[in-house]
Design a protein around this ligand. Structure first.
Ligand code: HEM
Length: 444
């Protein structure tokens, strides 16, 4: 034991720069879309920095992911920056750790089982059609904020059974709360963090009212909250209202934020790649669906699966995941000291040229049965993370993406308006700077 300790202490820290006192390199991390790329070029796949007040080691690539995901709870534990964890709340599954995290994952995952997902399709279709109609009526629109309203509407309906259009204040509060997630946690009047804390209190109150209402009048409709209210963990106990509030807030956030980014990237990339759009429409022509869209139809859309997977590789909605080192360990000859933060980085992992041919090219064919590029090495495709913290809503996300994509491909065309800035603002999730301005029309 003593020998191991001595050996570990002799190892060097990864190269890199800790930046300014306290704020470290946080400002560049938040604002520079090439933050990871520039440092990877200079230092390699493992480098140190300082983010959100913590010395942090950024790790890129399949090898690093394998190490992190396979030694989780032994070397590492989930730990997000203070602003993020305070605003999500200690009882949310993204923040819970150890055995409680595992038992809650099991309980919450009931809402994302195949049977539950299949039952959500009619509601998603109904909401999708109402937004498509609205966008067609608008004719010209800034799409990103509209897609955000759409994903929030679906999340509220399917997770807690409420209709957000009845309470526009709910979405506004969410927006203000969201603005504080990746900021320095300064509790002074007027800071984004303080405003977000206030919004959190109001959101929790609204969520509590929804829960209490549902406890009084159980609904026959299938949604996640209904499942959670009846769910019991291994000890036979159910979730307290206080815990449920944090869990629901977490799911509403996770359930629409990354999806908004993913869907707007889909719309952008297909507008920029007309030959892929045409091939996707061809596939739709082969799938006869005269009545209601079902999971059987969706399963047949294998080329669309490839496209969506490539969208998430090319512009990953989630930049990575934070962990804390709980015992000093070694990776690739570097010391990862106890107490430091780790960030596994998704974007550059998904661009690894040794795995992905012409990684800078948008090419859904790389995921065809013949090529399956991501299968050449485990953990080389990490858009949904991996290991015991892999995205809990992965199948829900894929379902919703596929439904909107299907209706867009079958009935609509969209054109990017000239003169707009299509560069992406990357944090918290990629978003076109001018919000994706398009002309939108029906093709039928
Ligand atoms: C975790 C990506 C949609 C719920 C994660 C993680 C990633 C991710 C990378 C892992 C973070 C880590 O390692 O710490 C995505 C992407 C999405 C998406 C790319 C959309 C395209 C969703 C949806 C839901 C959801 C729709 C719920 C309805 C969650 C939850 C966790 C999580 C609860 C935390 C899991 C845990 O810590 O055990 N997601 N997500 N996500 N995601 Fe998603």
């Amino acid at each position: 034991m003593i020998n191991i300790h001595k050996k570990e202490n002799k190892l060097p820290l990864p190269p890199g720069n800790l930046g300014l006192p306290i704020i470290g390199e946080t400002i560049s991390f938040l604002n520079d879309p090439n933050f990871a790329e520039n440092r990877q070029k200079k230092y390699g796949n493992v480098f140190k920095t300082n983010l959100f007040g913590s010395p942090t080691i950024i790790m890129i690539g399949a090898e690093a992911n394998r190490f992190i995901f396979s030694t989780e709870n032994n070397n590492f534990v989930g730990k997000w920056p203070e602003s993020f964890s305070t605003l999500l709340g200690p009882a949310s599954v993204s923040i819970q750790t150890g055995s409680i995290h595992q038992s809650r994952r099991k309980l919450l995952s009931q809402a994302f089982q195949p049977r539950a997902l299949a039952s959500y399709i009619p509601s998603i279709v109904e909401i999708t059609n109402s937004y498509l109609q609205k966008w067609e009526n608008l004719g010209q629109l800034t799409w990103y904020p509209e897609i955000r309203k759409y994903t929030f509407h679906v999340a509220c309906k399917l997770l807690v059974g409420t209709d957000t259009t009845n309470d526009p204040h709910f979405a506004e509060l969410f927006e203000e709360w969201f603005q504080g997630l990746f900021t320095l946690p300064i509790r002074l009047p007027g800071t984004k963090f303080s405003k977000a804390l206030k919004s959190r209190e109001q959101l929790l109150l609204k969520i509590e009212n929804i829960i209490l209402q549902r406890q009084k009048q159980p609904s026959s409709e299938q949604d996640a909250l209904g499942l959670f209210l009846n769910a019991k963990d291994e000890d036979g106990s159910s979730l307290s209202v206080d815990e449920l509030k944090d869990q629901i807030l977490n799911l509403l956030f996770a359930g629409h934020e990354a999806l908004t980014s993913a869907l707007s990237s889909f719309c952008l990339l297909l507008a920029q790649n007309p030959e892929i759009l045409a091939a996707a429409r061809k596939e739709q022509e082969k799938i006869i669906c005269t009545d209601m869209l079902t999971s059987v139809h969706l399963k047949e859309m294998t080329y669309l699966d490839q496209i969506l997977k490539e969208v998430l590789r090319f512009i990953p909605p989630v930049f990575g995941g934070f962990r804390e080192v709980i015992q000093t360990c070694e990776f690739n000859g570097y010391q990862l000291p106890q107490g430091w933060s780790i960030l596994y980085e998704v974007g550059k992992t998904n661009q690894d040229e040794t795995i992905y041919k012409d990684a800078q090219k948008f090419d859904p064919e790389r995921f065809s049965i013949e090529r399956k590029e991501d299968k050449s090495k485990p953990f080389s495709y990490v858009s949904f993370g991996g290991g015991m913290r892999e995205c809990l809503g992965k199948e829900f996300a894929k379902l919703e993406m596929k439904i909107l994509a299907t209706f867009l491909l079958r009935g609509y065309e969209w054109e990017l308006l000239p003169g707009q800035n299509l560069d992406l603002k990357m944090i918290p999730t990629p978003k076109p700077r001018d919000g994706l301005k398009v002309v939108f029309r029906s093709i039928n």
